[in-house]
Design a protein around this ligand. Structure first.
Ligand code: FEO
Length: 189
């Protein structure tokens, strides 16, 4: 969500809250026994919960179906998802740009570290689809580098767009390509 979109959505929520408060006051003029102001109060109380639900949907949760059956790799994937959530939280609360860049740098560094670890395990297991898998890693790192430059240099990408790309790519990659190597790397001779 861009800063402008976020600003507009905050404005709409503020107007909605103000409108509800005015309607509650007017509703009580109908008498304390009238249901309208009480219904409006219930709507007002529900707004923060609805807001949290909408914001929460942007975050990604680990699911056991993502497991590749190798503890170290699962731990890496969990850590990466946690770092993406951290990046989205920092972006949502308009954290200082230096802090966002630190989180982003840590995330890219850990992603590279994870890819190197995973590629080593695939090579040790003589995984037949190693080259294609490694190429996907390289393309992802190149794409993230391009997006990060677009965020840092010319501002054509927002940090939320970068986080969304990372989240979508990682979930699809874990559930697709990473799941495919699982039987080879967990095979007992
Ligand atoms: Fe877990 Fe192929 O990245």
């Amino acid at each position: 969500m861009s800063t402008l979109t976020k600003g507009i959505s905050m404005f709409i929520v503020s107007v909605l809250i103000l409108g509800l408060l005015v309607m509650i006051v007017l509703g009580f003029m109908l008498g304390f026994g009238h249901p309208l102001p009480w219904v409006l109060i219930a709507v007002l109380v529900a707004i923060p919960f609805i807001h949290d639900k909408i914001v929460g949907r942007r975050f990604v949760q680990w699911d056991e179906s993502y497991s590749v059956g190798i503890d170290t790799i699962d731990a890496d994937h969990k850590k990466l998802l946690g770092m993406i959530n951290q990046l989205q939280t920092a972006a949502h609360y308009k954290t200082d740009k230096t802090m966002i860049e630190d989180i982003l740098n840590d995330l890219v560094d850990y992603t590279k570290y994870h890819f190197t670890r995973e590629e080593g395990m695939m090579q040790d297991a003589d995984y037949p689809d190693f080259d294609a898998h490694k190429k996907q890693h390289e393309e992802m790192i190149a794409q993230v580098g391009k997006f990060v430059d677009e965020y840092r240099v010319d501002g054509t990408k927002t940090i939320e767009e970068v986080a969304m790309y990372l989240k979508t790519w990682l979930i699809n990659h874990i559930n697709g390509s990473d799941q495919k190597y699982a039987p080879y790397l967990t095979k007992k001779d």
